[in-house]
Design a protein around this ligand. Sequence first.
Ligand code: ZN
Length: 505
Amino acid sequence: MNSKKLKDMYQQLVNKLEERSRLGGVMATMHWDQEVIMPKAAAENRSKQMAALAGVLHDKSVDVEIGSLIDKLFEGDLNNFTEIEQCNIYEAKREYELETKIPKQLIQELAELSSSGHQVWAKARQENKFEDFAPTLERLIILKKKWAEFAFPELDPYDANIDIFERGMRMECLTPIFDTLKKELIPLIDAIRKSPINPDIGFLRGNFPIDKQEALGRIISKDIGFDYDRGRMDVSVHPFCGGGHPTDVRITTRYRSESFIDSLFAVIHETGHGLYEQGRMLGFMDLPVSEPLTMAIHESQSLFWERMIGQNFYFCDHYLNLFVETFPESMQGVSLDTLYAAINRCDPSFIRVEADEVTYPLHIILRYEIEKELFDESISVKDLPDIWNYKMEEYLGVSPPSNSEGVLQDVHWSGGAFGYFPSYTLGAMYACQFYSKMLLDINDISKQIKEGNFSCIKKWLNDNIHKAGRLYSPENLLYKVTGDSINPDFFISYLKQKYGQIYSL
Ligand code: ZN
């Protein structure tokens, strides 16, 4: 086939991919609307509208034309295409195969069970009845194993589930990393618990008017680089980053008048996700090559801003005065050291979403080990509450008072999302490795943070990560940016050094 014909075919493929991406953007905007401003009474109708659009999107994804264009492009010489074009072709192939390899009946059963599973789980959690959720969970695992056989027959079923969220990541890489984290973090947490130092957080509780919290969140998200001409910030029950396009990025937070810090850190976290979206490569914004790489890389961007920057001593230094001006009643007289220690307080608890950066990985490792063993059938669903509580005690020294606050706390399993949890801790490790490279690349980063000069940090992330889109695998991206493969030592020494200092260990 001559190269002109190949280019024509590529253009036809691009048209189809762009159309699908735009419809996906419509879906995302509807989802944002549903979570943020939709009237309550519209819920039933909205779910019908979204189901209708999901059907259209599915049909577009399995369009046989796409399949035949991809086949023909692969029959020709891909060297006719640039790196970016090749990436679009490979991504289209991966997506198309995933969509078409799974029998329709299985897709439907999974969709129905995930949707009803959510309601079953919510009720079981409310009533503290694990046994009511257990049969749904068992069925979901069976279906997700079946799904894996179709989607990635060459992979172990749990690896296949991980691959959806973190492509290329396998248990054989993850297990030793998590074992190392466990070996180092359990004694660290124990030492922190035994330390006589107990950071005061009393001043973080008080009365913080919501309009002032909102204004503060807007100032800081803007300072760190969120572009309000290409985005918005609103309120939702659970903070998230959504929106339909890199020119329309919607972040959310939630406010409680008795505390400002949780809301502020939610803003910083979601801004990190938002900067990734806004930083995507120009010119290809409706094509796969520009899309965010994986869940863990996305999370590395939010955690980078939340932890490496937001929880940094010099960040506290820069913003302490603004905090005092905004909330004089609570913040007057609070020293920099006190603020820094308070926002970095380590406190083992049984709820993952409230966990600090030291204890969080153990919540993830616990879930990873359970998922892995559920998939290889070395444990069974009915034993989960006991296994959960036993591991919580062993890893964090706490045991949840009820299953609602234990094994039933997360929404993920009810939607059939297995293999998702590792992304959170991989993201934290990536963030840490990116930061240690940034320290070498940007002169005197502490001074920049102290002076509130975040543009060099944002630019570094834009150039190295956001603009890379899907050109590289996560493994190759990490190697390209840092010269190293994933290595838990960076994360461990960061935590040991920081918390050793705060807790005088
Ligand atoms: Zn996040």
